[in-house]
Write a protein that binds this ligand. Structure first.
Ligand SMILES: Nc1ncnc2c1ncn2[C@@H]1O[C@H](COP(=O)(O)O)[C@@H](OP(=O)(O)O)[C@H]1O
Ligand SMILES: [Mg+2]
Ligand SMILES: [Mg+2]
Ligand SMILES: [Mg+2]
Length: 376
């Protein structure tokens, strides 16, 4: 099939799928299609999008099941890190085996590895993980299969070809507290993030109804906008999400990590003061912060370095990064540089992260640079 024919064929399916999501009338669909035909960088990842959603939904179910058991056994405050580790490993095995089934040649940069599950020392943990994984996959997996699936995440990443990056539970501490955490999966092609899916099991679907339905799945493909749907719901209906349109930074609200060790709360506060922000920051774990900005619940996400040594990991930012961009916002590091996902497993070319709606981004960046002048 010629390149052009392939594009047209893809667009046919794209507009059907897109129309389902957007619920736009046919004439608007034609407009979308003609706009896409006139651009030179059409990215069409319908299968990848569907598979990534399935993988994230399955893994999110496993995480919720682990948490329910913790609560039921009243072990949440007593246990050490191992229950989380069980969920982390299980979620990574589930996502990686879904990816392997559909894209056997795609390498994966995943946060976890199977070291702690090996040998006699890892037996108890391993058995628990194998049991959990088998509640979430179609074909039974042996212990060896599970360890292998986890270790498919050892890819070194880089600037050429395509690979996935996975954070099976982002916001481990939030997960343990029963607060926000996220299952985050992204596809990187030639160093650029092209697709991101973030499952947020504890995030209210509608922030104006904090006690209402919880569980959000946010998804974006480059050039196709950002959407949210209910996580693990019967309906696949999607709503387009957009960043806020706040124009004056002093009216903005910002979010930051709960953990002061992950983002510098005192520098964040100085920046807020410089911008004339009077609203209290919203503290939240995980890439749920990116989703909060992408759908306008908050206007700014600040992740300022705590020390000069820490290097951010690609799985902590890839999915959130594309969702913000596709929702109409901006993301850079503290120097105004785009996050560079082509350097391997880490964001070694970047320091810190700033995300905001496009209206106020430059003002926020200027305040960050004034506050941090020569610090890093
Ligand atoms: N010193 C540090 N600075 C910034 N991020 C850090 C950090 N130490 C750990 N992290 C990362 O912060 C992530 C959580 O971010 P947040 O505070 O926004 O919830 C962790 O992801 P995991 O929970 O997946 O391990 C971890 O990768
Ligand atoms: Mg993480
Ligand atoms: Mg993690
Ligand atoms: Mg971790």
């Amino acid at each position: 099939m010629s390149g052009k024919l392939q594009i047209i064929k893809s667009l046919g399916v794209f507009s059907q799928a897109c129309a389902k999501r957007l619920e736009v009338p046919y004439c608007s669909r034609q407009l979308i299609a003609s706009r896409l035909l006139s651009t030179s960088h059409i990215v069409y990842l319908e299968k990848e999008r569907a598979v990534a959603i399935e993988a994230v939904e399955r893994a999110s179910r496993v995480c919720k099941a682990v948490f329910k058991q913790l609560v039921n056994e009243e072990t949440l405050t007593k246990k050490d890190k191992s229950p989380v580790t069980v969920a982390d490993f299980s979620a990574q095995a589930v996502v990686n085996s879904v990816l392997e089934k559909h894209f056997p040649n795609d390498p994966i940069v995943g946060e976890e590895d199977s070291k702690d599950l090996q040998g006699e020392d890892g037996r108890v943990l391993r058995e628990r993980v194998v049991e959990l994984v088998n509640t979430a996959v179609d074909k039974p997996m042996s212990a060896e299969d599970v360890l292998c699936a986890i270790d498919r995440g050892q890819y070194e990443g880089g600037s050429s070809g395509r690979h996935w990056t996975l954070d099976p539970i982002d916001g481990t501490k939030g997960f343990l507290r029963g607060e926000q955490f996220a299952v985050c999966l992204a596809l990187i092609v030639d160093g650029q993030v092209r697709l991101g899916v973030v499952g947020c099991p504890n995030l209210p679907f509608d922030m104006s109804k904090p006690e209402g339905d919880k569980g959000v799945l946010a998804v974006a493909v480059q050039g196709q906008g950002a959407f949210q749907r209910k996580l693990n719901a019967d309906s696949e209906l999607e709503q387009r999400i957009m960043v806020s349109n706040v124009e004056d930074a002093c009216n903005a609200s910002f979010c930051e990590s709960v953990e002061a060790g992950h983002s510098n709360h005192s520098d964040n506060a100085k920046i807020a003061e410089l911008l004339g922000i009077s609203k209290q920051s919203v503290r939240m774990d995980s890439q749920c912060k990116y989703i909060a900005v992408a759908r306008g619940d908050a206007d700014i996400y600040l992740r300022l370095p705590v020390d000069s040594k820490y290097v951010e990991k690609i799985w902590d930012h890839a999915a959130g990064n594309i969702i913000i961009h596709e929702a109409g916002g901006h993301v850079t590091d503290i120097n105004g540089e785009p996050l560079d996902f082509s350097k391997g497993r880490t964001l070694s070319a970047n320091k810190g992260v700033i995300a905001a709606n496009s209206n106020i981004f430059e003002t926020v960046l200027a305040a960050v640079q004034t506050t941090l002048a020569n610090k890093y």
